[in-house]
Each structure stands twice: as C-alpha cells, then as structure tokens.
Design a protein around this ligand. Sequence first.
Ligand code: ATP
Ligand code: MG
Length: 219
Amino acid sequence: MNETDIIKLQTRYVSHEIRNHISICEMYTEILKKNLEKDGYKNNSVENALECIKKSLKIISTSLLDLKSVNNFAPQNCDFKTLSEEGARLSDAYIQGKNIKITCFIKNTAQIYVDENKFLACVVNIIKNAIEAIDIKGEINIIGEVKDKFAHLRISNNGKMISKEKQKEIFEEGYTTKQTGSGLGLHICKSNLQAQNAELKLNKSTKSVTEFEITIPVV
Ligand SMILES: Nc1ncnc2c1ncn2[C@@H]1O[C@H](COP(=O)(O)OP(=O)(O)OP(=O)(O)O)[C@@H](O)[C@H]1O
Ligand SMILES: [Mg+2]
C-alpha cells in the first residue's frame, strides 16, 4: 500500500471513530435534556448550552461526510435571520475569559437556499476570528439586512487590524498569524460560500474596525 492509500484508510478509520463518539455525546445530550425536564429544572443558560452542543455535533457530523465525497452540500430553504442568530449564539462560547459584547441585529429576513450546517460553520468561523482579534475587551457587531434580492451579513469587531499588505493574503489556504492557527478558516468559508452562490469579502480593516461581509441571493 502506498502512502496515499494508507492515509485514505486512516481517514476512514478516524472518521468512523469520531462518529461513534459523536453519537455518544448526542445521546447523552438528549438524556440530560430529558432528565432536566423530568426534574422540572429550568435554566436558560444550561438549555442554551445543550442546544449549542447538539448543533455543534450536527456540524461535526456533516463535516465528516465531506471525507466521503466532494461537493457534499445539502441545500434547502432556510430563514436568514434564524440562521444568523444561531451562528451568533453558537460563537458565544469562544468569548470565555474576555470582555466582549456581541450585538446581533438582523433588520429583516428572507429565505436563502443553503446547506444550513455549512452556512452556520462559516458564520461561526468569522465570529471566532473576530473574537480572537480582540485581546481582552471589545465589541462585535453582527448586522443582517435583506436588500435588492440579496441578504447581507456584516460582522465587525474593534480588535487589531489587518495591514493593507496582508489583506490580500487572508483568504489563502494556510495563511495565519496565530500561534495555534491553521489558516484554514477563511479559506474554507470562502469556498463553501462560493459553492452556494454566496460571497465573502473583507469590507475594511482599520485601527477602529475590521468588517467582513457575506452576501447571498435570496430565494
Ligand atoms: N476579524 C479579524 N481581525 C483581524 N485579523 C483577522 C480577522 N479575521 C482573520 N484575520 C487574519 O486572517 C488570518 C487567517 O484567518 P483564518 O480564519 O483563515 O485562519 P486562522 O484564524 O489563523 O486559523 P484557523 O484555521 O484556526 O481559523 C488570521 O490568522 C488573522 O491574521
Ligand atoms: Mg480562523
């Protein structure tokens, strides 16, 4: 067996093992939810955390399917506002230990035809970057708007800026300025969105604000 075949086989094994453990996590999330309901325990933060864990597990599962085939998209009509708000909710977990205020305001809504999990993964990647750009204290604004048959989602933060020269490189595979970064986030976002007729661009990066924008046609 050559090295490529070994890696292919390894990929299938690893993916199989990950999937086994995802299903354990999914089952225990359900068990926890049911037990809390049974005991009459009401806590919004715990309920939100369980919903986010469930959704994240779903996103991991669909990502693993990408190892089986290319162009593994399952598009359907989705509500732009619901998806954007869900992306913001999922990303909240990355704030841990920082003083960051995230404001999400989706002005109006429409249906967009996307793979829900892949779209969410993109929104999460962009918000995660925005959080990582802020050292300790800052603000992130997520503004959504449907205008002229397109939905626009603008995600901005007041963290460290991307220099003019580097702005051309950020979408390249492997480009990172982070010690533990892989430089894949924006590259994956851009290609996943492009495959769904959507666009991702950096609107601006200055000392006061860095803003990314997703533009996607409405149904
Ligand atoms: N909101 C942002 N503010 C400032 N710099 C950013 C922002 N988003 C991206 N960048 C820059 O672009 C680079 C590439 O981002 P990308 O998400 O592709 O990779 P990464 O975050 O470094 O690693 P990972 O693969 O874990 O996402 C980052 O390392 C950072 O330098
Ligand atoms: Mg990133």
